[in-house]
Design a protein around this ligand. Structure first.
Ligand SMILES: C[S@@+](CC[C@H](N)C(=O)[O-])C[C@H]1O[C@@H](n2cnc3c(N)ncnc32)[C@H](O)[C@@H]1O
Length: 267
């Protein structure tokens, strides 16, 4: 769908107010810096005005109807999320649009978040049964080693600087218990085919970050994580590639011989 819901609403509103010689222009620029996540109060007010919950509104404006449920269904099918996962950590939950689904499916005893946007973090902690951990923007330092059944992040490692991503990936591996699951998504080469790359260029967006899929697979394999699923989910301007890992230490690459970039890590 080329024209987003937001743009259609904007066009409609502008047609209605044209006789007044004024025009509404979007304020959520694609070239916003990533540490400037969409403003909480403005988003909440717009969602209310549209008669939607915040997650519904975010999905309508930024993603596309059904994409969150599609993601959740696929994660459930691959065994990444399931009832009985007692301890869950999410990095960068933002509006909580995935959080509420994962809470429903997994019914965890403990769900913790690391979020740098203070207004969203406070809103999530007040709205859902989650613990907002102190977030330094780099580490998961409040979480003990090998303690989490699931560690997940959505649209975080394709938007933050590489060194922060790498730090979070090492931290994710540290806190995932043996047998635990990891879910993340990236802008891989496979999710940036030529038409999609052109769409991103036309969008003017400055926040997307590239990560090599095989590199990430090998990094996880070097610490005993095996890839159990990968799939694409459509976005406003393109698509993102999800990777699902299981912490399976018996399959760890020998310490003396780290996995090499480009070397298949499974199958
Ligand atoms: C593109 S948004 C995605 C939000 C949410 N996961 C979603 O899919 O709707 C990126 C999120 O990561 C958060 N974030 C950015 N840098 C971060 C960091 N260094 N540590 C933790 N969260 C961060 C932002 O505040 C925002 O909530």
């Amino acid at each position: 769908m080329e024209t987003s819901f937001k743009r259609r609403m904007l066009n409609l509103a502008n047609r209605l107010i044209r006789p007044l010689h004024i025009e509404i222009v979007p304020s959520m620029r694609a070239d916003r810096p990533v540490d400037e996540y969409i403003p909480f109060h403005k988003t909440a007010a717009e969602a209310k005005k549209a008669g939607l919950t915040i997650p519904q509104y975010i999905e309508a404006v930024y993603a596309g109807a059904g994409t969150i449920q599609e993601t959740i269904d696929r994660l459930a099918a691959s065994g990444a999320i399931c009832a009985g996962q007692k301890n869950i950590c999410e990095v960068g939950p933002g509006s909580g649009r995935y959080l509420e689904h994962v809470l429903r499916v997994c019914q965890p005893e403990h769900y913790e978040i690391y979020e740098t946007a203070a207004d969203w973090r406070d809103y999530l902690a007040a709205t859902y049964p989650v613990v907002a951990q102190p977030c330094d923007g780099r580490t998961l330092s409040a979480t003990p080693d090998a303690s989490m059944d699931l560690v997940h992040a959505h649209r975080v490692y394709n938007t933050i600087p590489l060194t922060l991503t790498l730090g979070y990936l090492f931290e994710t591996m540290r806190i995932t218990r043996p047998g635990g699951m990891v879910v993340l998504d990236i802008f891989s080469g496979e999710s940036l085919d030529e038409p999609t790359a052109r769409k991103w260029v036309e969008s003017g967006a400055l926040f997307p970050k590239f990560l090599d899929k095989q590199y990430v697979i090998n990094l996880f394999a070097s610490q005993g994580f095996r890839l159990v699923d990968s799939f694409f989910i459509g976005l406003q301007h393109g698509r993102t590639e999800y990777l699902v890992f299981e912490n399976a230490p018996e399959e760890a690459a020998p310490a003396s011989r780290p996995a090499l970039v480009g070397e298949p890590a499974f199958g």
